[in-house]
Design a protein around this ligand. Structure first.
Ligand code: PEP
Ligand code: MN
Length: 338
């Protein structure tokens, strides 16, 4: 942290800042310029919030040097996080992970059929919602625990790891019992008690970006999970709210290379929620891989028009097969495998 003093600041102001730095257990070094005085703080500046310094008498501004999300940040770390599953599948590294399945689990037969088909097409994991976060309370809310039981059966049959959403801290234990990866939905990205609870569960977590969250807020949300000693966080871009109404959300693909500069965590893209349109899933999936995404989350269903939830953005199992074939050369072109 660098603290820039106002031109008119007094010796008393400077001494007060230096004193506060020392009280925080840090070291302050005064750099006297011709017009301005600057105080450099040595030590982990993140123990004190930035606005603490900004309001001290005589301070013009403070400039942080370290990212506030210290565990999520790439700073000082020379590794990339890779999440490994028992069956040899992984998320992160050279392989592109493709997680596919219906928005919601509708029946045992439905999820088992989808599991087998997406596995045969080369998917890494199976997704399916049992607890659904719906904007409208009168719509289908998911099969809840019954859905989790079907999902566990689909895992047994297909051998695929499973991903499902958890909505509340009270459900973390139950959902963890069945699922290999917990999903935090966009509407819960800043549900801090839930973030702590999934952190404590020790399960890998797919953290979806809040639809209005900045990149810094997104990484700070990941930090909540990492801070519980859970290193297995996968970031997921799923579209943000903008003025545009042609697509359901605006898929912000520039976040992928931007996050790669900032964090060691894997980042996947969900073009299904990001566009809301079946016809855009194939091109946006290719685009996601081209810009460096570590994986995709794709809604698939045998008969999307009969899907209980999110039919318009869901692709058929045949389209999923084709997509997987078409993604191969794109992955190869950017030095990855699928
Ligand atoms: C989902 O994955 O089905 C879902 C509800 O996603 P989001 O939280 O991104 O809307
Ligand atoms: Mn959905």
């Amino acid at each position: 942290m660098i603290i820039v003093m106002k031109a008119e600041s007094t010796k008393k102001d400077i001494d007060h800042v230096l004193d506060s730095v020392e009280k925080a257990g840090l070291k302050g070094v005064l750099l006297q310029g011709t017009n301005r005085n600057v105080i450099a703080i040595i030590g982990d500046e993140r123990v004190v919030p930035k606005d603490f310094w900004d309001v001290l008498p005589g301070v013009e501004k403070s400039v942080p040097i370290l990212a506030p999300y210290k565990l999520a940040s790439k700073e000082g770390k020379d590794f990339k996080t890779i999440i490994h599953f028992n069956n040899g599948k992984k998320i992160g590294g050279d392989h592109i992970a493709v997680i596919a399945g219906p928005c919601a689990i509708e029946s045992k037969e439905q999820i088992i059929e989808i599991a087998k088909r997406v596995r045969d097409a080369g998917a890494t994991a199976l997704r399916g919602g049992a607890f659904k976060p719906r904007s409208n309370p009168y719509t289908f809310q998911g099969l809840k625990e019954e859905g989790l039981v079907h999902l566990a059966r689909a895992r047994e049959v297909s051998g695929l790891p499973i991903v499902t959403e958890v909505l509340t801290p009270e459900h973390v234990k139950l959902v963890s019992k069945y699922s290999d990866i917990l999903q935090i939905g966009t509407r819960n990205m800043q549900n801090f008690l839930l973030l702590r609870a999934v952190g404590e569960s020790g399960k890998p977590v797919i953290l979806k970006r809040g639809m209005s969250a900045t990149i810094e807020e997104f990484l700070l949300a990941a930090e909540y999970i990492l801070a519980q000693n859970n290193p297995n966080v996968i970031l997921c871009e799923r579209g943000i709210r903008t003025f545009e109404t042609h697509t359901r959300f605006t898929l912000s693909l520039s976040i992928v290379p931007q996050l790669k500069e900032m964090t060691h965590l894997p980042i996947i893209v969900d073009p299904s929620h990001g566009t809301g349109k079946r016809s855009l899933i194939n091109p946006m999936s290719k685009g996601s891989i081209a810009v460096g995404a570590d994986g995709l989350l794709i809604e698939t269903h045998p008969e999307p028009e009969k899907s209980f939830v999110d039919g318009p953005q869901t692709i058929t199992l045949e389209s999923f097969d084709e997509l997987m074939q078409e993604l191969k050369p794109v992955a190869e072109a950017v030095g990855r495998k699928i």
